[in-house]
Design a protein. Structure first.
Length: 562
């Protein structure tokens, strides 16, 4: 029971000392990576940089104890930071004390939503955010995130949340650019890009943090207008109590829901990827509960929303992490940084943190995916494009909602107009196939064979009925309509009633409707509807072949139908 509630109890009880070297190496490596990255993502969220360090201490330990993934590295990520900035900016000015209070409330809301979803086993709901929606949203959000850092790179203050707003204001303030700040930022980007290409495993963000801080401190560039982090409070994360009010809950709810879904999508995707390589299973509902409690913890320890990150988890895994102990070691190292090393960050320029964010999110822009989707299935590429454009032009919350709504409309449209194929007998292979794909098949003047490839319910029965009537029209010798239901997984009451009406109407014209390949759950439904008494064995045929053999149109053994 304890191991089910606290998965860490299992690996702690059976911990293999041989794993300690890998966990220790990974914990130290990720800690080095997280110092600049955590501060950068806090700046992106409109928070004091130290809150980015708070986010990778106690919340990280909570996830390590409760999560089902052994390598997932939890903390602030670019997407969650942008969502935080966009949502909380509606209530307060970034970096202000009131803004921070609302962020803590947002962390609590995200945590509660995720925990409740996990407790109610609602992890499947994230499946409604299709891959194409997430891909388009992520690419557009990455561009918005990158652009949101231009102000820090230029040394000016920019407002705006969407692509056009940021670009318009940046263009208007070009004359105010601080050339020294811009030089530091561009130099940091160049170093990060070069090191990422030449030495991908080296902690490049730490290098630019050290170089940038030393340059500003030694040359006194803060006196030349270069904005710096300034005093970073030392000590352990401070206890905090979110200020809950109905008005702020209402305003933040859309952001909390979006962050809950998007954060979980990012987290579960990378967790499952690594779990597959290591041959163990990740429990989505346990992940939701663990992430939820990590975010609740973040709200009480002065941190913004957290989730599992792609790059951070990849580094953790590649550095040798075997269990959640690696994350606990990372958190302990960050606590030591907070206790003893925060004075070293005083002269850290904001432009360097902005450069770290911009280089990190560049990899989230996927140019190949829309081309791939267009070649495979154009409607998925269109869905991606709509999510991309909506996110870019209308904002991240509206963008992902627009993409999700369009993908659901596509699903509803497809289910309302299901694929229905007329079948014929392919004699050389002794199977039934679509007459449009196999023109050489044998058809029967007395029998119309139709295969329905979708579940039948109220929204598509008019189309199905019309398709059957159209296919049956103009066949003077028609005696049987054979409906192959091998592709049907479900009926509703309207579907059963419509099929009964068709059986009755065609029966009065001397045409029998036969049902084949009906799955067990469907046979249970029609049995309750009294079909056995009404139609005898007309709904019990195992295959098209059995139905045709029964009425005398087929002889001999067939291998199957399709």
């Amino acid at each position: 029971m304890l191991e089910r509630l606290i998965p860490a109890a299992l690996w702690l009880k059976r911990y293999d000392r041989a794993d300690l070297r890998g966990d220790l190496s990974a914990g130290l490596t990720v800690a080095i990576m997280l110092v600049p990255q955590g501060m950068a993502y806090a700046l992106l969220a409109g928070l004091p940089p130290v809150m980015g360090l708070y986010a990778v201490t106690i919340p990280l330990i909570v996830y390590a104890l409760l999560g089902s993934s052994r390598q997932l590295a939890v903390g602030p990520v670019a997407m969650m930071s942008l969502l935080t900035l966009a949502g909380v900016s509606k209530l307060a000015e970034p970096r202000a004390g009131e803004f921070t209070a609302y962020v803590l409330l947002l962390s609590l809301m995200v945590g509660v939503v995720q925990f409740l979803m996990g407790a109610l086993r609602l992890g499947f709901l994230v499946n409604f955010l299709s891959h194409s929606v997430i891909s388009g949203f992520t690419s557009a959000a990455a561009i918005v995130i990158g652009l949101s850092q231009i102000g820090h790179l230029m040394g000016v203050k920019l407002q705006g949340e969407t692509f056009l707003e940021i670009v318009r204001e940046a263009a208007a303030k070009m004359a105010q650019v601080n050339p020294v700040t811009l030089g530091i930022g561009l130099g940091a980007i160049a170093v990060l890009a070069l090191m990422k290409k030449q030495w991908p495993k080296f902690p490049a963000p730490l290098v630019v943090v050290v170089l940038g801080t030393a340059l500003v401190a030694l040359a006194g560039l803060n006196d030349a207008g270069v904005r710096i982090v300034g005093t970073v409070p030392g000590g352990l994360p401070r206890l905090s109590v979110p200020d809950i009010s109905p008005g702020s809950l209402r305003v933040l709810l859309p952001t909390a829901l979006t962050a809950s879904f998007v954060g979980f999508m990012e987290s579960i995707a990378v967790a499952k990827s690594i779990a597959a390589k290591e041959k163990y299973k990740v429990d989505p509902d346990q992940e939701l509960r663990a992430l939820g409690l990590a975010n609740v913890t973040a709200s009480f320890f002065s941190a913004g929303p957290v989730t599992g990150g792609f790059s951070r988890t990849a580094v953790n895994y590649q550095a040798g992490a075997r269990t959640g102990l690696a994350s606990i070691i990372t958190a302990v190292m960050l606590l030591l940084v907070l206790l003893f090393l925060t004075p070293l960050f005083y002269y850290l320029p904001n432009a360097v943190l902005a450069a770290i964010v911009m280089v990190a999110v560049y990899g989230l822009i996927d140019l190949k995916e829309p081309v791939k989707l267009w070649a495979i299935r154009k409607v998925d590429a269109v869905t991606l494009g709509i999510a991309f454009v909506a996110t870019l032009l209308l904002g991240i919350e509206i963008g992902i909602l627009t993409g999700a709504a369009f993908s659901l409309l596509v699903f509803i449209w497809n289910s309302a107009y299901p694929h229905i194929a007329e079948l014929g007998f392919l004699e050389e292979e002794r199977v039934f196939r679509n007459i449009l794909r196999y023109p050489q098949v044998k058809t029967y003047p007395e029998a119309l064979i139709l295969r329905i490839d979708a579940s039948l319910y109220f929204a598509n029965m008019n189309f199905v009925e019309e398709r059957i009537r159209t296919a049956a029209a103009g066949r003077p010798l028609l005696k049987w309509i054979v409906l192959d239901l091998s592709g049907v997984n479900d009926f509703d009451a309207v579907a059963i009633e419509t099929l009964e009406q068709l059986v009755h109407e065609y029966g009065q014209s001397g045409i029998r409707i036969l049902f084949t390949s009906m799955k067990g759950p469907l046979r249970d439904l029609v049995r309750k509807a009294g079909w056995a008494e009404k139609y005898g064995g007309a709904a019990e045929y195992l295959s098209v072949h059995h139905a045709l053999r029964e009425v005398g149109l087929q002889r001999g053994h067939l291998h199957g139908t399709a």
